[in-house]
Design a protein around this ligand. Sequence first.
Ligand SMILES: *Cc1c(COP(=O)(O)O)cnc(C)c1O
Length: 404
Amino acid sequence: MENTFEHDLPNKEGFFGEYGGSFIPPELQAVMDEITQAYLDIREDPDFRSELASLYKHYVGRPSPLFHAKRLSEVYGADIYLKREDLNHTGAHKINHCLGEALLAKKMGKKKLIAETGAGQHGVALATAAALVGMECDIYMGEVDIAKEHPNVVRMKILGANVIAATHGRKTLKEAVDAAFEAYLKDPVTQIYAIGSVVGPHPFPMMVRDFQSIIGNEAKQQFQEMTGRLPDNLVACVGGGSNAMGLFDAFLAEETVAMWGVEPAGRDLTQDGEHAATMTKGQPGVMHGFNSYMLKDDQGEPMEVYSVASGLDYPSVGPQHSYLKDIGRVNYESISDEEAISAFFELSRREGIIPAIESAHAVAYALKLAEQQKGSILVNLSGRGDKDIDFVVEHYGQQYGIEG
Ligand SMILES: *Cc1c(COP(=O)(O)O)cnc(C)c1O
Protein backbone atom coordinates (compact mmCIF):
# COMPACT_ATOMS: atom_id res chain seq x y z
CA MET A 1 0.00 0.00 0.00
CA GLU A 2 1.12 3.57 -0.68
CA ASN A 3 0.68 6.40 1.78
CA THR A 4 -1.26 9.54 0.99
CA PHE A 5 0.58 12.56 2.33
CA GLU A 6 -2.00 15.35 1.90
CA HIS A 7 -3.20 16.96 5.14
CA ASP A 8 -4.77 20.20 6.47
CA LEU A 9 -2.37 20.36 9.40
CA PRO A 10 0.17 21.56 10.23
CA ASN A 11 0.07 25.01 8.61
CA LYS A 12 3.06 26.28 6.62
CA GLU A 13 4.95 27.29 9.78
CA GLY A 14 4.41 23.85 11.27
CA PHE A 15 1.66 24.74 13.75
CA PHE A 16 -1.18 22.50 14.86
CA GLY A 17 -3.29 25.24 16.45
CA GLU A 18 -0.91 26.87 18.94
CA TYR A 19 1.37 23.80 19.14
CA GLY A 20 4.44 22.80 17.16
CA GLY A 21 6.31 25.44 15.18
CA SER A 22 10.06 25.87 15.23
CA PHE A 23 11.93 27.53 18.11
CA ILE A 24 15.59 27.09 17.20
CA PRO A 25 18.76 29.14 16.50
CA PRO A 26 18.78 30.91 13.08
CA GLU A 27 21.59 28.73 11.69
CA LEU A 28 19.51 25.62 12.35
CA GLN A 29 16.36 27.27 11.00
CA ALA A 30 18.00 27.57 7.59
CA VAL A 31 18.69 23.83 7.64
CA MET A 32 15.15 22.99 8.77
CA ASP A 33 13.77 25.11 5.93
CA GLU A 34 15.93 23.16 3.51
CA ILE A 35 14.67 19.83 4.91
CA THR A 36 11.05 21.05 4.77
CA GLN A 37 11.38 22.06 1.13
CA ALA A 38 13.15 18.83 0.18
CA TYR A 39 10.45 16.80 1.91
CA LEU A 40 7.56 18.71 0.32
CA ASP A 41 9.15 18.18 -3.11
CA ILE A 42 9.95 14.54 -2.59
CA ARG A 43 6.67 13.38 -1.06
CA GLU A 44 4.89 14.01 -4.34
CA ASP A 45 7.63 12.34 -6.36
CA PRO A 46 6.42 8.99 -7.80
CA ASP A 47 9.94 7.51 -7.67
CA PHE A 48 10.33 8.30 -3.98
CA ARG A 49 6.86 6.99 -3.19
CA SER A 50 7.32 3.73 -5.02
CA GLU A 51 10.82 3.21 -3.57
CA LEU A 52 9.47 3.64 -0.04
CA ALA A 53 6.42 1.47 -0.74
CA SER A 54 8.69 -1.24 -2.11
CA LEU A 55 10.94 -1.17 0.97
CA TYR A 56 7.90 -1.34 3.25
CA LYS A 57 6.74 -4.44 1.42
CA HIS A 58 9.96 -6.34 0.69
CA TYR A 59 12.24 -5.17 3.51
CA VAL A 60 10.00 -4.40 6.47
CA GLY A 61 7.44 -7.08 5.65
CA ARG A 62 4.39 -4.83 5.31
CA PRO A 63 1.47 -4.91 5.48
CA SER A 64 1.77 -5.99 9.09
CA PRO A 65 -1.09 -8.33 10.05
CA LEU A 66 -4.24 -7.28 11.89
CA PHE A 67 -4.99 -10.04 14.38
CA HIS A 68 -8.31 -10.72 16.14
CA ALA A 69 -7.30 -11.66 19.69
CA LYS A 70 -10.16 -14.07 20.36
CA ARG A 71 -9.13 -15.41 23.76
CA LEU A 72 -8.58 -11.93 25.19
CA SER A 73 -11.86 -10.81 23.62
CA GLU A 74 -13.74 -13.67 25.28
CA VAL A 75 -12.32 -12.95 28.70
CA TYR A 76 -12.68 -9.15 28.63
CA GLY A 77 -15.96 -8.77 26.71
CA ALA A 78 -15.09 -6.54 23.73
CA ASP A 79 -13.65 -7.53 20.36
CA ILE A 80 -9.93 -6.81 20.55
CA TYR A 81 -7.78 -6.53 17.42
CA LEU A 82 -4.00 -6.09 17.35
CA LYS A 83 -2.10 -4.22 14.64
CA ARG A 84 1.13 -6.23 14.60
CA GLU A 85 3.91 -3.63 14.23
CA ASP A 86 5.93 -5.99 16.43
CA LEU A 87 6.36 -8.20 13.36
CA ASN A 88 8.19 -5.54 11.34
CA HIS A 89 11.89 -6.04 10.56
CA THR A 90 13.76 -4.75 13.69
CA GLY A 91 10.69 -5.46 15.81
CA ALA A 92 8.83 -2.17 16.09
CA HIS A 93 7.20 0.70 14.22
CA LYS A 94 10.30 2.93 14.25
CA ILE A 95 11.66 1.44 11.02
CA ASN A 96 8.70 3.04 9.16
CA HIS A 97 9.98 6.59 9.64
CA CYS A 98 13.69 5.74 9.76
CA LEU A 99 13.50 4.42 6.20
CA GLY A 100 11.66 7.55 5.08
CA GLU A 101 14.20 9.82 6.76
CA ALA A 102 17.15 7.86 5.36
CA LEU A 103 15.80 7.95 1.80
CA LEU A 104 15.16 11.69 2.09
CA ALA A 105 18.67 12.30 3.47
CA LYS A 106 20.21 10.32 0.64
CA LYS A 107 18.24 12.29 -1.98
CA MET A 108 19.37 15.54 -0.32
CA GLY A 109 22.98 14.45 -0.76
CA LYS A 110 23.68 14.11 2.98
CA LYS A 111 26.50 11.76 4.01
CA LYS A 112 25.67 10.96 7.59
CA LEU A 113 22.58 10.27 9.68
CA ILE A 114 22.82 11.31 13.31
CA ALA A 115 20.41 10.84 16.20
CA GLU A 116 20.11 10.38 19.91
CA THR A 117 18.80 7.23 21.49
CA GLY A 118 17.62 6.33 24.99
CA ALA A 119 17.15 2.59 25.26
CA GLY A 120 18.67 2.13 21.81
CA GLN A 121 15.49 1.32 19.85
CA HIS A 122 15.62 4.42 17.63
CA GLY A 123 19.38 3.99 17.30
CA VAL A 124 19.03 0.43 16.05
CA ALA A 125 16.26 1.32 13.59
CA LEU A 126 18.26 4.24 12.21
CA ALA A 127 21.51 2.24 12.03
CA THR A 128 19.54 -0.38 10.07
CA ALA A 129 18.21 2.21 7.62
CA ALA A 130 21.70 3.76 7.27
CA ALA A 131 23.21 0.38 6.41
CA LEU A 132 20.46 -0.25 3.87
CA VAL A 133 20.84 3.02 1.98
CA GLY A 134 24.63 3.17 2.43
CA MET A 135 25.13 6.16 4.72
CA GLU A 136 27.29 6.78 7.76
CA CYS A 137 25.52 6.85 11.11
CA ASP A 138 26.45 8.43 14.47
CA ILE A 139 24.23 7.59 17.42
CA TYR A 140 24.54 9.65 20.60
CA MET A 141 23.71 7.82 23.79
CA GLY A 142 24.10 8.58 27.50
CA GLU A 143 26.95 6.72 29.20
CA VAL A 144 24.50 5.29 31.74
CA ASP A 145 22.23 3.97 28.98
CA ILE A 146 25.20 2.48 27.10
CA ALA A 147 25.98 0.36 30.16
CA LYS A 148 22.31 -0.58 30.65
CA GLU A 149 21.34 -1.39 27.06
CA HIS A 150 24.26 -3.54 26.02
CA PRO A 151 22.50 -5.70 23.37
CA ASN A 152 21.26 -2.66 21.44
CA VAL A 153 24.70 -1.01 21.63
CA VAL A 154 26.22 -4.16 20.12
CA ARG A 155 23.50 -4.27 17.42
CA MET A 156 24.24 -0.70 16.35
CA LYS A 157 27.97 -1.45 16.15
CA ILE A 158 27.40 -4.63 14.13
CA LEU A 159 25.26 -2.55 11.74
CA GLY A 160 28.24 -0.23 11.24
CA ALA A 161 27.09 2.77 13.30
CA ASN A 162 29.30 4.78 15.68
CA VAL A 163 27.92 4.91 19.20
CA ILE A 164 29.09 8.13 20.85
CA ALA A 165 28.79 8.49 24.63
CA ALA A 166 27.23 11.57 26.22
CA THR A 167 29.23 11.95 29.43
CA HIS A 168 27.81 15.08 31.08
CA GLY A 169 24.97 15.58 33.57
CA ARG A 170 22.85 12.52 34.33
CA LYS A 171 24.30 10.78 31.23
CA THR A 172 20.93 9.61 29.88
CA LEU A 173 18.48 10.63 27.13
CA LYS A 174 18.39 14.40 27.65
CA GLU A 175 22.20 14.60 27.60
CA ALA A 176 22.23 12.44 24.46
CA VAL A 177 19.88 14.96 22.78
CA ASP A 178 22.18 17.83 23.89
CA ALA A 179 25.25 16.05 22.48
CA ALA A 180 23.54 15.23 19.18
CA PHE A 181 22.32 18.83 18.77
CA GLU A 182 25.82 20.15 19.50
CA ALA A 183 27.32 17.84 16.87
CA TYR A 184 24.61 18.80 14.40
CA LEU A 185 25.25 22.54 14.88
CA LYS A 186 28.93 21.95 14.04
CA ASP A 187 28.07 20.47 10.66
CA PRO A 188 24.45 20.76 9.50
CA VAL A 189 25.48 20.44 5.85
CA THR A 190 26.84 16.91 5.46
CA GLN A 191 24.89 15.52 8.44
CA ILE A 192 21.15 15.27 9.03
CA TYR A 193 19.50 14.86 12.42
CA ALA A 194 16.90 12.10 12.08
CA ILE A 195 14.44 12.72 14.90
CA GLY A 196 12.93 9.57 16.41
CA SER A 197 9.28 10.53 16.93
CA VAL A 198 6.64 13.13 16.00
CA VAL A 199 8.55 15.75 18.02
CA GLY A 200 11.17 18.46 17.43
CA PRO A 201 10.91 21.51 15.18
CA HIS A 202 8.89 21.60 11.95
CA PRO A 203 8.93 19.59 9.64
CA PHE A 204 9.62 16.53 11.86
CA PRO A 205 6.20 16.19 13.58
CA MET A 206 4.56 16.32 10.13
CA MET A 207 7.10 14.18 8.31
CA VAL A 208 7.35 11.40 10.90
CA ARG A 209 3.53 11.30 11.12
CA ASP A 210 3.26 10.99 7.35
CA PHE A 211 5.74 8.09 7.26
CA GLN A 212 4.01 6.34 10.19
CA SER A 213 0.50 6.83 8.76
CA ILE A 214 0.99 3.60 6.81
CA ILE A 215 -0.08 1.88 10.08
CA GLY A 216 -3.57 3.41 10.15
CA ASN A 217 -4.04 3.25 6.38
CA GLU A 218 -3.42 -0.49 6.43
CA ALA A 219 -5.37 -1.11 9.63
CA LYS A 220 -8.45 0.72 8.34
CA GLN A 221 -8.56 -1.38 5.18
CA GLN A 222 -7.80 -4.62 7.04
CA PHE A 223 -10.46 -3.98 9.68
CA GLN A 224 -13.08 -3.20 7.05
CA GLU A 225 -12.21 -6.34 5.12
CA MET A 226 -12.48 -8.47 8.25
CA THR A 227 -15.66 -6.96 9.73
CA GLY A 228 -17.31 -4.73 7.13
CA ARG A 229 -17.18 -1.84 9.61
CA LEU A 230 -14.89 0.69 11.24
CA PRO A 231 -13.51 -0.02 14.72
CA ASP A 232 -15.31 1.65 17.63
CA ASN A 233 -12.06 2.42 19.44
CA LEU A 234 -8.37 2.87 18.68
CA VAL A 235 -5.76 2.54 21.43
CA ALA A 236 -2.03 3.32 21.25
CA CYS A 237 0.73 4.15 23.72
CA VAL A 238 2.22 7.65 23.63
CA GLY A 239 5.86 8.46 24.33
CA GLY A 240 6.71 11.07 21.71
CA GLY A 241 3.56 9.89 19.97
CA SER A 242 4.65 8.49 16.59
CA ASN A 243 3.02 5.06 16.67
CA ALA A 244 -0.19 6.65 17.99
CA MET A 245 -0.25 9.36 15.28
CA GLY A 246 0.51 6.68 12.72
CA LEU A 247 -2.57 4.74 13.76
CA PHE A 248 -4.91 7.69 14.41
CA ASP A 249 -4.20 9.71 11.27
CA ALA A 250 -6.35 7.70 8.84
CA PHE A 251 -9.33 7.80 11.25
CA LEU A 252 -9.34 11.46 12.37
CA ALA A 253 -12.27 12.35 10.10
CA GLU A 254 -14.31 9.27 11.13
CA GLU A 255 -16.53 10.65 13.87
CA THR A 256 -17.72 7.26 15.11
CA VAL A 257 -14.18 6.12 15.96
CA ALA A 258 -13.11 6.98 19.52
CA MET A 259 -9.36 7.31 20.11
CA TRP A 260 -7.31 6.73 23.22
CA GLY A 261 -3.66 7.74 23.73
CA VAL A 262 -2.04 6.00 26.69
CA GLU A 263 0.72 7.67 28.71
CA PRO A 264 2.91 6.12 31.41
CA ALA A 265 1.74 6.79 34.99
CA GLY A 266 4.95 5.09 36.15
CA ARG A 267 5.21 4.41 39.89
CA ASP A 268 3.06 7.31 41.07
CA LEU A 269 1.06 9.84 39.07
CA THR A 270 0.87 12.22 42.04
CA GLN A 271 4.66 12.53 42.48
CA ASP A 272 6.91 14.64 40.25
CA GLY A 273 9.68 12.50 38.79
CA GLU A 274 7.75 9.24 39.20
CA HIS A 275 5.78 9.29 35.92
CA ALA A 276 5.91 10.66 32.35
CA ALA A 277 2.22 11.50 31.85
CA THR A 278 2.83 14.67 29.89
CA MET A 279 -0.72 15.44 28.81
CA THR A 280 -2.39 14.30 32.00
CA LYS A 281 -0.12 16.39 34.26
CA GLY A 282 1.71 18.88 32.03
CA GLN A 283 1.15 22.38 30.67
CA PRO A 284 2.08 24.08 27.39
CA GLY A 285 5.73 25.06 26.99
CA VAL A 286 8.67 25.05 24.57
CA MET A 287 11.46 22.47 24.68
CA HIS A 288 13.67 20.83 22.02
CA GLY A 289 12.51 23.44 19.48
CA PHE A 290 8.71 23.07 19.57
CA ASN A 291 5.67 24.10 21.63
CA SER A 292 3.56 21.37 23.21
CA TYR A 293 2.34 20.08 26.54
CA MET A 294 5.38 19.44 28.71
CA LEU A 295 6.28 18.47 32.25
CA LYS A 296 8.15 21.35 33.91
CA ASP A 297 10.01 21.55 37.21
CA ASP A 298 10.00 24.61 39.54
CA GLN A 299 12.55 26.33 37.30
CA GLY A 300 10.41 25.81 34.19
CA GLU A 301 12.98 23.27 32.92
CA PRO A 302 12.01 19.81 31.62
CA MET A 303 11.11 17.67 34.62
CA GLU A 304 12.89 14.40 35.39
CA VAL A 305 10.54 11.70 34.20
CA TYR A 306 10.23 7.98 34.82
CA SER A 307 8.51 4.95 33.31
CA VAL A 308 9.25 1.24 33.38
CA ALA A 309 9.09 1.58 29.57
CA SER A 310 12.18 3.51 28.49
CA GLY A 311 10.56 4.33 25.13
CA LEU A 312 7.83 6.32 26.90
CA ASP A 313 9.79 8.50 29.34
CA TYR A 314 9.87 11.84 27.56
CA PRO A 315 8.82 15.11 29.28
CA SER A 316 7.09 16.51 26.18
CA VAL A 317 4.87 15.03 23.46
CA GLY A 318 4.23 15.46 19.74
CA PRO A 319 2.44 18.78 19.12
CA GLN A 320 -0.41 17.25 17.13
CA HIS A 321 -1.37 15.23 20.21
CA SER A 322 -1.58 18.44 22.26
CA TYR A 323 -3.86 19.88 19.60
CA LEU A 324 -6.03 16.74 19.44
CA LYS A 325 -6.35 16.80 23.22
CA ASP A 326 -7.46 20.45 23.31
CA ILE A 327 -10.08 20.01 20.57
CA GLY A 328 -11.32 16.86 22.31
CA ARG A 329 -10.74 14.50 19.38
CA VAL A 330 -8.45 12.09 21.27
CA ASN A 331 -8.72 11.04 24.92
CA TYR A 332 -5.48 10.72 26.86
CA GLU A 333 -5.32 8.28 29.76
CA SER A 334 -2.51 6.80 31.81
CA ILE A 335 -1.42 3.32 32.85
CA SER A 336 0.92 2.47 35.74
CA ASP A 337 4.03 0.24 35.64
CA GLU A 338 2.14 -2.50 37.48
CA GLU A 339 -0.82 -2.42 35.09
CA ALA A 340 1.51 -2.52 32.07
CA ILE A 341 3.44 -5.51 33.43
CA SER A 342 0.18 -7.32 34.17
CA ALA A 343 -0.94 -6.74 30.56
CA PHE A 344 2.50 -7.89 29.34
CA PHE A 345 1.80 -11.31 30.94
CA GLU A 346 -1.89 -11.34 29.94
CA LEU A 347 -1.07 -10.97 26.25
CA SER A 348 1.85 -13.40 26.47
CA ARG A 349 -0.19 -16.11 28.19
CA ARG A 350 -3.55 -15.70 26.46
CA GLU A 351 -2.39 -15.05 22.87
CA GLY A 352 1.23 -16.17 22.71
CA ILE A 353 2.49 -12.68 21.90
CA ILE A 354 5.17 -11.06 24.08
CA PRO A 355 4.73 -7.28 23.67
CA ALA A 356 7.23 -4.47 24.28
CA ILE A 357 6.54 -2.93 27.71
CA GLU A 358 5.66 0.29 25.83
CA SER A 359 2.98 -1.53 23.84
CA ALA A 360 1.79 -3.30 27.01
CA HIS A 361 0.57 0.12 28.23
CA ALA A 362 -1.82 0.24 25.25
CA VAL A 363 -2.91 -3.35 25.85
CA ALA A 364 -3.56 -2.60 29.53
CA TYR A 365 -5.81 0.33 28.67
CA ALA A 366 -7.64 -1.70 26.02
CA LEU A 367 -8.42 -4.36 28.63
CA LYS A 368 -9.86 -1.69 30.96
CA LEU A 369 -11.94 -0.28 28.12
CA ALA A 370 -13.17 -3.77 27.17
CA GLU A 371 -14.51 -4.26 30.68
CA GLN A 372 -16.55 -1.06 30.32
CA GLN A 373 -18.08 -1.54 26.86
CA LYS A 374 -18.92 -4.18 24.29
CA GLY A 375 -17.78 -2.72 20.93
CA SER A 376 -14.51 -3.29 19.07
CA ILE A 377 -11.05 -2.09 20.06
CA LEU A 378 -8.09 -1.87 17.69
CA VAL A 379 -4.80 -1.75 19.60
CA ASN A 380 -1.49 -0.75 18.06
CA LEU A 381 1.09 -3.31 19.16
CA SER A 382 4.03 -0.98 18.53
CA GLY A 383 6.82 -3.47 19.22
CA ARG A 384 7.89 -6.88 20.43
CA GLY A 385 9.08 -7.66 23.93
CA ASP A 386 12.36 -9.51 23.33
CA LYS A 387 14.30 -6.47 24.53
CA ASP A 388 12.39 -6.51 27.82
CA ILE A 389 12.34 -10.14 28.90
CA ASP A 390 15.46 -10.13 31.14
CA PHE A 391 14.30 -6.99 32.92
CA VAL A 392 10.78 -8.30 33.43
CA VAL A 393 11.91 -11.64 34.80
CA GLU A 394 14.44 -10.03 37.14
CA HIS A 395 11.95 -7.53 38.58
CA TYR A 396 8.58 -9.23 38.26
CA GLY A 397 9.37 -12.90 37.67
CA GLN A 398 8.50 -14.13 41.15
CA GLN A 399 5.18 -12.28 41.14
CA TYR A 400 4.22 -14.13 37.95
CA GLY A 401 5.49 -17.55 38.96
CA ILE A 402 8.86 -17.57 37.18
CA GLU A 403 11.87 -18.90 39.11
CA GLY A 404 14.96 -16.63 38.73
C1 LIG B 1 10.01 4.06 20.86
C2 LIG B 1 8.85 3.18 21.11
C3 LIG B 1 7.60 3.71 21.52
C4 LIG B 1 7.36 5.16 21.82
O1 LIG B 1 7.52 6.03 20.75
P1 LIG B 1 6.27 6.78 20.07
O2 LIG B 1 6.93 7.84 19.27
O3 LIG B 1 5.43 7.34 21.18
O4 LIG B 1 5.53 5.79 19.27
C5 LIG B 1 6.54 2.83 21.67
N1 LIG B 1 6.68 1.51 21.45
C6 LIG B 1 7.86 0.97 21.08
C7 LIG B 1 7.95 -0.51 20.86
C8 LIG B 1 8.99 1.78 20.89
O5 LIG B 1 10.16 1.24 20.53
